[in-house]
Design a protein around this ligand. Structure first.
Ligand code: NAP
Length: 251
């Protein structure tokens, strides 16, 4: 069966240059699921390379450099996104950072930076996209949280708080806007192979994989598939949920 291009979604994905976000961008484009605008902070070369990879006429893609923690800058970038895509039906809040340390050594700056990049950004994007989505009479918002937001993790009080905050935000907004035909869900990855998790050595990786029921670290593509499911009509009766994709680590 051929693709019905008229039904292509219009998706905005934050943190599209690397890791999980990049996989989501590629999955959405390659499968013909959506046209894509992605936001990034500093990886200008990676953004260019990604745009070029999908430069053919079957694809519509644009990268915008913007700090998702900055509300005014997000407003401007979202307006640019809507102009480029002609609307937004899918928002994926994926951008995130870590600044790990034990609380005794954690600076106020490291706490604020993580909360702003991971949690405030979700407010910035969701608030800005809401009116246009309501006007469009529907949409799907997917927030990338983490299993750490459910379980907590020593050395990650800032990160875990930001990710737990995303879960509370997801459920609250899901309740607020369900009547507008907008679904809001979260995906909680476990340990996934990306730049964010490069810091561990071989021994640590092996110990970690052994503690996961499926006995391996996850791939970014495996998160992208879950995100696409929540973005699509296949999940039309699912809202306010956190889907854990972690090889069974947390159950
Ligand atoms: P990553 O490889 O470090 O990539 C992070 C992406 O976010 C990059 O594209 C980066 O842009 C962008 N970004 C960061 N701060 C930004 C800001 N202030 N404004 C705009 N863009 C910003 O991370 P990842 O491992 O793919 O993680 C993606 C998401 O999954 C994060 O929310 C993370 O917390 C979550 N997660 C990851 C894992 C894991 O095991 N990897 C597990 C659970 C949850 P630049 O390239 O320009 O810097």
């Amino acid at each position: 069966m051929g693709l019905n291009l008229a039904e292509k979604k219009k998706a905005l994905i934050t943190g599209g240059t690397r890791g999980i976000g990049r996989s989501i961008v590629e999955e959405f484009l390659q499968s013909g699921f959506a046209d894509v605008v992605f936001f990034f902070r500093s990886s200008v070369d990676a953004a260019k390379e990604l745009e070029e990879k999908f430069s053919g006429e079957d694809f519509k893609i644009k990268g915008i450099q913007v700090d998702v923690a900055d509300f005014k800058a997000v407003e401007k970038a979202v307006a640019e996104t809507i102009e480029f895509l002609g609307g937004v039906d899918v928002l994926v809040n994926n951008a995130g950072i870590t600044r790990d340390n034990l609380l005794l050594r954690m600076s106020e700056e490291d706490f604020d930076a993580v909360i702003n990049a991971n949690l405030k950004s979700v407010f910035n994007l969701t608030k800005t996209i809401l009116r246009p989505m309501i006007k469009q009479r529907g949409g799907s918002i997917i927030n990338i949280t983490s299993v750490v937001g459910i379980t907590g993790n020593a050395g990650q009080a800032n990160y875990a708080a930001s990710k737990a905050g995303i879960i509370g935000f997801t459920k609250s907004i899901a309740k607020e806007i369900a009547s507008r035909n907008i679904r809001v869900n979260a995906v909680a990855p476990g340990f996934i192979e990306t730049d964010m998790t490069q810091a561990l050595n071989e021994e640590q990786r092996k110990a970690l994989a052994d503690a996961i029921p499926l006995k391996r670290i996850g791939k970014a593509e495996e998160i992208a598939k879950a995100v696409k499911f929540l973005a699509s009509e296949d999940s039309s009766y699912i809202t306010g949920q956190v889907i854990t994709v972690d090889g069974g680590m947390v159950m």
